[in-house]
Design a protein around this ligand. Structure first.
Ligand SMILES: Cc1ncc(COP(=O)(O)O)c(C=O)c1O
Length: 440
């Protein structure tokens, strides 16, 4: 089929997520290798966002492909009541790299399903019904996960599931309490959360859900004392701490998991994306000994037809082998520091950059109309016009794919990107930012 034929079928039959179903000629992607994607016309794009921040080991990795092919010849699917070697091995490998006693793995097909199961697990294990999560967060598109999300994508799904409440986390560039500087601002966030929990009734709260480092709500790494304070608050009141590592996990932040920056062990960890780098879809909910003890005596009433899919688990094992053998976690930390330097240097040339935030190979460039006053450039919901649509179409035109919305440019390349490749991509971004400067 040629490009036009594919686009015609696409417009007639495919429903796209999050958008109005206007008939659009989409770029048709055909193949990928390493950090590059090619469309059907042979145009090459640098994938500066690892797909949807998931292809951590890079595209077309021979070790991952071979592992899937080998498993394909043995067994693709077995009902979830049976054990299989890839499922058992992957669960063991996950427990090796996750912190503390997170040794028990419930496989799902994606991140949102893992969140749904974490909501159920927390409610059943505590006998309480309320679940807390942060403003400026995203936990997935299914009923419970979207209700927990402190992001405008939740609005059309409201009222959502009952018993879900939001709190402010530290976003020191735009402190919700008007403070300047990290320490007072984040202290206020913690104190306000403590008050909220007290007023809400601590014994009614099953769990607090956090992304350890906020992802699609513009990459906000909170200070250590905030995350440690939330852990202590949970301990003081028998509330479970659920950490959503769907985006932050698997080396993205320069450590195995985002929570590893904080020396905190959650009661439940949720993961997906980099678990298989998207080669086959897979998510997981991982819990510690306390929950294992509870569910050893009580049933966990939830399951999925494709749970622990053999091909997905084989892909997961191969991914962890690649992370280890190629030192990708370390590369994310060291090349992430290089990326941070290169992006920060752009601030000298481009007044439309307000702040650069990053951890590992995971960065956000926040744009502003006025650096001194931090006035947003596009504003919430891109209220001031199609700024990001125009910027991304210029970047795509120059062969750079990344994810951008409102005032935020997200950069999260495959973890095996080289410094030369980072330079190549940053040069295209540099050129694109002349457009956002022109709006000031
Ligand atoms: C932090 C976080 N949690 C959950 C999800 C939902 O994961 P999925 O799209 O695999 O359901 C996402 C997706 O981007 C995410 O970033």
């Amino acid at each position: 089929m040629d490009t036009k034929q594919i686009q015609a079928l696409d417009k007639q039959h495919v429903i796209y997520p999050w958008v109005q179903q206007a008939a659009t000629d989409r770029v048709v992607m055909e193949r990928a290798d390493g950090i590059y994607l090619w469309n059907t016309e042979g145009k090459r794009y640098i994938d500066f966002c690892a797909g949807l921040l998931c292809v951590n080991v890079g595209h077309n990795h021979p070790h991952v492909k071979n592992a899937i092919k080998e498993q394909l010849d043995k067994l693709c699917y077995a009902p979830p009541i049976f054990a299989t070697e890839p499922k058992s091995r992957l669960a063991q490998m996950i427990s090796e790299v996750t912190p503390g006693d997170l040794n028990h793995v419930f496989f799902t097909n994606a991140g949102a399903e893992a969140i749904e199961n974490a909501i159920k697990a927390a409610r059943w294990a505590t006998g309480r019904h309320k679940v807390y999560s942060r403003w400026r967060s995203y936990h997935g598109a299914t009923a419970g996960a979207i209700t927990l999300s402190g992001d405008p994508r939740r609005w059309p799904a409201e009222p959502g599931i009952p018993g879900a409440f939001k709190f402010f986390g530290p976003y020191c560039y735009r402190c919700p309490f008007g403070y300047e500087g990290e320490s007072s601002c984040s202290q206020q966030c913690l104190e306000t959360l403590k008050t909220q929990v007290m007023l809400e009734g601590p014994k009614t709260i099953a769990a607090i859900f956090i992304e350890p480092i906020t992802g699609t709500s513009c990459i906000i790494p909170p200070p250590k004392f905030f995350v440690q304070g939330v852990r202590k608050l949970c301990d003081d009141h028998g509330i479970l701490l659920v950490v959503d590592e769907v985006m932050a996990g698997w080396g993205r932040s320069g450590k195995w998991f985002g929570i590893d920056h904080y020396d905190v062990v959650p009661d439940i960890m949720v993961m997906a994306k980099g678990l298989t780098s998207g080669y086959v879809q897979l998510g997981a909910m991982v819990w510690g000994d306390r929950l294992q003890d509870h569910f050893s005596k009580n049933p966990f009433t939830g399951g999925l037809t494709y749970q622990g899919h053999a091909l997905a688990c084989a892909a997961g094992i191969a991914n962890i082998e690649v992370y280890r053998e190629e030192g990708l976690i370390e590369k994310s930390a060291s090349n992430g520091a290089y990326l941070h330097e290169r992006l920060t240097a752009l601030m000298d040339k481009h007044p439309s950059i307000g702040e650069v935030r990053s951890r590992g190979l995971w960065a956000c460039v926040e744009l502003t109309r006025d650096r001194a006053n931090r006035t947003p450039l596009a504003d919430f919901g891109d209220a001031r016009g199609n700024v990001m649509k125009e910027l991304t179409s210029r970047l795509y035109g120059n062969g750079l794919f990344l994810f951008a919305k409102w005032d935020y440019i997200f950069i999260a390349p495959p973890l095996n990107i080289t410094r030369d490749q980072i330079d190549e991509a940053v040069a295209i971004l540099d050129d694109g930012l002349n457009y956002t400067d022109s709006l000031l």
